[in-house]
Design a protein around this ligand. Structure first.
Ligand code: GLC
Length: 479
């Protein structure tokens, strides 16, 4: 079986969020599962950060030019092999030598070029996969091009496409003026990408792919409803009815996120011996300038500062929580300026109770995951969510809203039979969240119950073991 993954980011090379975790770890898990029977490759753009850090490890495969409408653009193909998976990097300084991965004025053209390169790469390196597995709007055009531009060519005819939606809120919506000039699509393909009077690349890929999946079973059902679908529920209901939509929960790289071996934390620990976690807690409190108190609960958030991550709720009740409880709160992340300002001010007002670090920093995030007692994730919507699983690996008990992947991964703690691996609430309501946070704090005070809960949390298997097999089932079905 031959599989080519296309995406705009992958760990360890480049990351702005959970997509990179998945693209960095799923292909390796699939390769590990299938062994010699599989040829698994990944393609992402070559960003400056990758060139700076990995140049010595990369090998130039070939240089070619790729057409995009009237443009003829340079395309360098570099590669490296990691855990049996070949990673390709598409080099073009004009498109990818930018300080930001996304949010440039010409993102449509940049990722149309990249998507075209995905198809051209197959010919350039003579690798025609059984399945092209594309991810999110940035590579949606690779699926559309495969089915609408390349499928008449002998080598491309048998390639099937799986398209994964990591977050339905990001759809790649553009004006029709660039249909031919940038996207190189003819007028008769207008209806393929048209949604609500605009070009919608996500919709185009959904329509063209042989199979579509989201990153948790619950989210795959939620997006059939108007509340969660960001306008795409009609098209999703249609493919669901055709049996083309499914949900597979993400795994995480349990080797990388491992409390027993992690080099980024002050002390390592196991579920049976948590003494190292106490050292990590003191280290986190010190890092955050909070009083080093071992007995007050530390509640962490590591998140993009975006409204849909549940920050409306946090903003509404955080002062009440600071007043009514003894807990310390720590927050790590960057995002919407209004939220950054709010939490910065809060930290100034309560320097011994609340600390915010306005950074995107993987190594520092490990200190948050390992040092805290609880991990708050009250998302308004959450396709899968990785942070609750990562926190669990470090015995930090998740408090989540029951939606998407949060509902699929966290079972609420039952204090009587001591089952469950976290706390949860259903309605997107600030005081429902506050109530559950207070309940979690009350459980924290029951030392033996809390120790068992932490154990439960650490003992859940969040590896790719099960989910990689489910992806392989899909590849077999469509490939
Ligand atoms: C997106 C989603 C997140 C998911 C991740 C990886 O970032 O918002 O819920 O875990 O993709 O699939």
């Amino acid at each position: 079986m031959k599989i080519l993954y296309a995406a705009s980011e992958a760990l360890p090379y480049i990351s702005t969020g959970g997509l990179a975790d998945v693209v960095g770890s799923l292909p390796k898990a699939v390769k590990a599962e299938l062994g010699g029977n599989a040829d698994v490759r990944v393609v992402i753009p070559m960003y400056p950060a990758i060139r700076d850090k990995y140049f010595d490890k990369l090998e130039l495969v070939c240089e070619t030019t790729v057409r995009l409408a009237w443009r003829n653009q340079y395309c360098g193909i570099w590669k490296t092999v990691s855990d049996g998976v070949t990673f390709y990097f598409i080099d073009n300084l004009y498109y990818f030598e930018r300080s930001m991965l996304y949010g440039n004025f010409d993102d449509a053209e940049r990722f149309a070029f990249f998507s075209k390169c995905v198809l051209e790469l197959m010919a350039a390196v003579n690798f025609y996969p059984d399945v092209l597995h594309a991810n999110d709007w940035q590579t949606a055009l690779s699926v559309i091009y495969l089915k609408r531009k390349y499928a008449h060519l002998e080598e491309y005819r048998r390639i099937s496409a799986l398209f994964t939606i990591h977050n339905i809120d990001y759809q790649g919506v553009f004006d029709f003026g660039i249909l031919g000039d940038v996207f190189e699509l003819p007028e008769w393909d207008r209806s393929i990408v048209e949604y609500n009077g605009c070009i919608n690349l996500l919709k185009g890929a959904i329509a063209c792919a042989d199979m579509v999946n989201t990153v948790s079973p619950t989210y795959s059902r939620e997006i059939l409803t108007e509340y969660y679908a960001s306008g795409l529920h009609h098209i999703l209901r249609q493919i669901d009815w055709e049996g083309k939509l499914t949900g597979i929960i993400n795994g995480i790289d349990v080797g990388y996120y491992n409390s027993e071996t992690d080099p980024d934390i002050a002390a390592t620990f196991t579920a049976d011996d948590l003494s190292g976690k106490a050292i990590d807690k003191a280290d986190l409190q010190r890092t955050c300038g909070l009083p080093e108190k071992p007995d007050v609960p530390v509640i962490a958030m590591v998140s993009r500062l975006a409204a849909h991550k549940g920050f409306d709720l946090v903003k509404r009740v955080i002062e009440e929580l600071i007043t009514c409880t003894t807990a310390q709160f720590v927050l790590l992340g960057t995002g919407e300026p209004m939220l950054e300002r709010f939490f910065y001010d809060l930290g100034q007002r309560h320097p011994d109770r609340f600390c915010v670090k306005l950074e995107y920093n993987k190594a520092l995030s490990k200190k948050f995951y390992a040092g805290a007692d609880m991990f708050l994730m009250p998302s308004k919507s959450e396709p899968c969510g990785l942070a609750q699983m990562i926190a669990s690996r470090y015995g930090t008990v998740p408090i989540v809203r029951e939606c998407g992947g949060l509902a699929d991964t966290i079972r609420p703690f039952n204090e009587y039979d001591e089952t469950g691996n976290g706390f949860s609430f259903k309605n997107y309501n600030a005081h429902d969240m506050k109530h559950v946070v207070e309940y979690a704090i009350s459980m924290y005070c029951h030392h033996s119950k809390w120790r068992n809960l932490v154990k439960n949390t650490m003992n859940v298997d969040f590896s790719w073991n099960v989910s990689a097999k489910r992806y392989i089932d899909i590849y077999n079905k469509i490939g």
